[in-house]
Write a protein that binds this ligand. Structure first.
Ligand code: ADP
Length: 257
């Protein structure tokens, strides 16, 4: 009991130290650049560059603070603001559509194969999960690579698999990728690209929906992240309702960008 308390306390201390460290860098950039704009060069171009750097640092802080707030909600057990029937295929479709410009920019093709799937939960949070995973599949891909999104429902279980042809993750990193602030390549954070909170939040949201996430990865070949969620129990077929023929039927909805 004492050992468990000690370990929880150490984790909390580490988390606070990591969060402070992560915020210190953009604050330092913000102060240095604003000082430079106030007391440094006079040219419009120099001022503009300083403002761009300030804006980038501000965005980084905003994303970190939002991530920290979401994790605080997870820890307090109230990350889901609602629990209602969610059409997961629709959530996946709109999340993939939202990321089409990012995929296009990196010349990545995204294809979807979506079966109808209803789950109980918070549509916004589920969308956050899909966006995180598909975004990673695009960002950690190779130029000209592919992402496949497959949603499938069977035996009261819904599975969402996101497969990429990207850089993959080495076996020794896999046990840590859901840890808060963990990054396989910390140098990416300097470019403002990664907070190291994405998968921690993703996993918490999935757990809050009674599901789990697993990953299969091979360095240089790619990764598959699979999310498993409990399906909504089928409601009894309404009488004299002919539309019902389409429900539960397997359907392929290719959605490319
Ligand atoms: P980050 O903000 O750094 O992306 P995450 O918590 O979302 O943080 O992910 C943790 C690490 O897992 C990332 O730094 C990245 O190295 C690795 N990772 C996540 N998804 C993928 C993927 N699809 N392919 C390769 N590496 C990935």
């Amino acid at each position: 009991m004492l050992a468990r308390l000690q370990s929880a306390f150490q984790r909390q201390q580490q988390f606070t130290a990591d969060a402070s460290h992560e915020l210190r860098t953009p604050v330092a950039v913000l102060l240095a650049q604003s000082e430079c704009a106030l007391f440094g060069g006079d040219s419009l171009d120099e001022h503009r560059q300083a403002l761009v750097a300030c804006q980038r640092a501000g965005k980084r802080m905003q994303s970190l603070i939002e991530g920290l707030l979401t994790l605080a909600r997870c820890d307090a057990g109230n990350v889901l603001s609602e629990r209602r029937e969610v059409d997961l295929a629709e959530v996946v479709k709109s999340s993939v559509r939202m990321l089409a410009p990012t995929a296009e920019e990196k010349n990545i093709s995204v294809t979807s194969d979506l079966q109808p799937a209803q789950v109980m939960g918070d549509a916004n949070r589920l969308s956050q999960v899909v966006v995180n995973l598909v975004q990673h599949a695009i960002i950690y891909n190779k130029p000209g690579g592919q992402v496949r999104v497959k949603l499938h429902s069977a035996d009261q279980n819904v599975s969402l698999a996101i497969t990429d042809t990207g850089i993959g993750i080495a076996a020794d990193h896999l046990p840590h990728i859901y840890d808060r602030f963990y990054r396989v390549d910390p140098s990416r954070s300097e470019q403002g690209a990664a907070s190291g909170l994405g998968l921690a939040i993703t996993q918490e949201i999935i757990h809050a929906h009674g599901g789990h996430i697993e990953v299969l990865s091979q360095p240089g070949v790619g990764s598959t992240f699979a999310v498993h969620l409990p399906a909504m129990p089928e409601s009894p077929a309404p009488r004299n309702h002919t539309d019902h023929a389409t429900k539960g039927a397997s359907s392929d909805n290719p959605d490319s960008s």
